[in-house]
Design a protein around this ligand. Structure first.
Ligand code: COI
Length: 356
């Protein structure tokens, strides 16, 4: 059942930031979407209102037990001024995957796409057009009961905010340095690794902080049991070109099922590459490098797009991949995906949704 979205426009539009210096996730547009849940009414009262603070009691459950999920997608402006979303249906379906794991009631995923389109349309003047920029869209759900017992909340808010953004990593498309994490783990089988829940990111901060002190931009997580097999980077899934095969860790429950990951696999297969989803140990990766077979490493993510990995540090053993340069496959994927997103490459897969 599609509900009517009430719209209350701001009386005080904000000045727009400098498109050449956006960074990631620092600026927010004039409006936000909100919808509430309670057991009697279900999801109700969808509305677009001026962007601003929420008023929540200090006892609100999300502050204590972290029952929260989120998504990330982007709106792009084409050269002729049309506005595109990239596979928004996938994000909204993934919300329900995350909701289910976190005991949050499901949303109407099709309506959530409509809500996103309505919000982006209202704040269309905020979509930047400088190369490498877009309007980052952050849907999220929080538990809102004022209660301190540990149980699923009865009430929730589903909110969408928008942030004109540039590259996620300050280095842009240039290769990033990644530390393989030996001590901490991100997720275990049976845990919440596949869900896009706030807790996964909170649990990753300590390792990221230690890696950053040593000059590494992110950590590469290993499996939580044997600490042998490669999982993901947290802000992105990972791919390796070994010989003439492209290998990416299989989705075994502890890895986020990335939409850019899925899109990359589909594109690579279409181009004739052999793509294999399987377990891959960090030792196997290092052995492949020693034999001269590790041709490329890269990450995929909505925020990160395609980010080549130029250096890995595993327990002090440092390897440089592809001389620290952008590889052929990473560059081709980056061009194809960003091209489909901004309308300069034909959308053969039907991945684009137009915002009117
Ligand atoms: C995204 O790629 O959209 C993400 O959510 C990753 C990160 C910014 C947390």
């Amino acid at each position: 059942m599609t509900q009517k979205i009430n719209v209350q426009k701001t009386q005080n539009p904000k000045p727009k930031p400098d498109e050449k210096n956006l960074g990631f996730g620092r600026y927010f547009t004039d409006h936000m979407f909100i919808m509430d849940y309670d057991p009697e009414k279900g999801w109700h009262d969808p509305r677009i209102v001026p962007y601003g603070p929420l008023t929540l009691e200090p006892s609100t459950m999300v502050f204590h037990y972290g029952q929260a999920i989120f998504e990330g997608l982007k709106a792009y402006k084409s050269a002729d001024g049309r506005i595109f979303l990239f596979r928004p249906d996938m994000n909204m379906k993934r919300i329900n995957l995350s909701n289910d794991r976190m005991s949050i009631p499901p949303i109407d995923d099709k309506f959530a796409v409509e809500a996103t389109k309505a919000l982006v349309s209202i704040d269309r003047d905020w979509i930047p057009s400088e190369p490498g920029t877009s309007l980052y869209i952050r849907p999220f759900i929080i538990s809102t009961d004022p209660f301190l017992g540990v149980r699923p909340s009865y009430t929730y808010k589903f909110i969408i905010i928008l942030s004109p953004s540039g590259a996620y990593y300050p280095s842009g498309i240039n290769p990033v340095k990644i530390m393989v994490e030996n001590e901490y783990v991100r997720a275990v089988r049976g845990g919440t690794g596949f869900a896009k829940t706030a807790a996964n990111y909170a649990a990753s901060l300590k390792a990221q902080e230690i890696a950053a002190e040593q000059g590494y931009v992110q950590v590469l997580w290993l499996d939580g049991i044997e600490r042998k097999y490669i999982e993901e980077v947290g802000s992105m899934n990972v791919f390796f070109k070994i010989g003439d095969e492209i290998v990416t860790p299989s989705l075994d429950g502890s890895i986020l099922p990335g939409i850019t990951r899925d899109s990359s696999i589909q594109l690579l297969k279409k181009w004739g590459y052999k793509v294999i989803e399987r377990k891959i140990s960090v030792q196997e990766l290092y052995d492949a490098h020693a034999k001269g077979k590790l041709a490329e490493a890269f990450g995929t993510g909505t925020a990160a797009v395609i980010s080549p990995i130029g250096e890995l540090n595993w327990d002090g053993k440092i390897i440089t991949v592809n001389d620290g340069k952008i590889g052929e496959v990473s560059a081709r994927l980056y061009d194809a995906i960003t091209g489909i997103q901004d309308g300069t490459v034909k959308d053969e897969f039907g991945w684009i949704t137009v915002v009117e």
